[in-house]
Design a protein around this ligand. Sequence first.
Ligand SMILES: O=C(O)C(=O)Cc1ccccc1
Length: 292
Amino acid sequence: MKKVALLGPNTFSEEATRHFLGEEAFEYVPFKLISDVFMATASGETDLSVIPIENTLEGSVHLHVDWLVHEVDLPIRAEYVFPIDMNLIGFPQPNPEPDASNPYSHIRKVLSHHVVPAQCSKFFKKYLSGAEFEAVSSTAEGVRLATVQNDSTVAAIGPAVAAASYKVPILQKEIQDHKDNMTRFLLVGKEAEELPESDKMKTTILVTLPEDYPGALHQVLSAFAWRRINLSKIESKPTKKKLGNYYFYIDIQGALDSVLLQAAIQEIEAIGCQSRILGSYPSYLFTSKSEA
Ligand SMILES: O=C(O)C(=O)Cc1ccccc1
């Protein structure tokens, strides 16, 4: 049975993975830290890792992109786009003082994953302005820590499954700023994976521009544009080698084996760009809870 490393247990990563990979064919191996999730597959302990990489409200999870680009060499095998509902989880005030405007004024500390506050900024402003935020390794870990502290002034933000598993009440459901709060997860692994068909293929490529070549980015973009190749994301990121040196992280709609995409890559290499393919993979979008 193939092994899949993920942040867990009881995390959003686990929920998304169960939805897309199902229960039968894979053994899930939970880790507390994202570095261990990457390293488990890099070292061969597991076959695949699931990495949250981007969120509708916050954009890229930079730390995870950095790991993917700089620390490991694990091709992307699939992409999962999964809706995330954030919940305020914790104990109600033991002797509630009547504060009609804020039932959560007793909360002094909130534990969660570092990407969470940006996804719930309106709720924070309205109800949690008196609380300090503490980043922990996953949302589920925040729920676990809040539970063991057994203190109504310490709450967590995380998945409903974590609240159920640690037997802590959900104080308020769906506290994210927008209902359609989606997270993009990547499945990465050394070996190609047999996965269900998807009508949407994507390719992720890193491009470093030649130095002292005016208009190089324009030329890269035009190599894709005139072939009518759609880009769904382009982000500049530091190479970490020299101040002011950047590479471009580019998501392309389409498979790498398409003649047009091959030609576009040859063209950008011909002007002196360096390219590295991170993967060419099917993309799956969550459709309904029953479709696991
Ligand atoms: O902490 C988790 O539950 C994760 O899986 C990481 C994460 C955190 C917030 C949104 C999506 C994924």
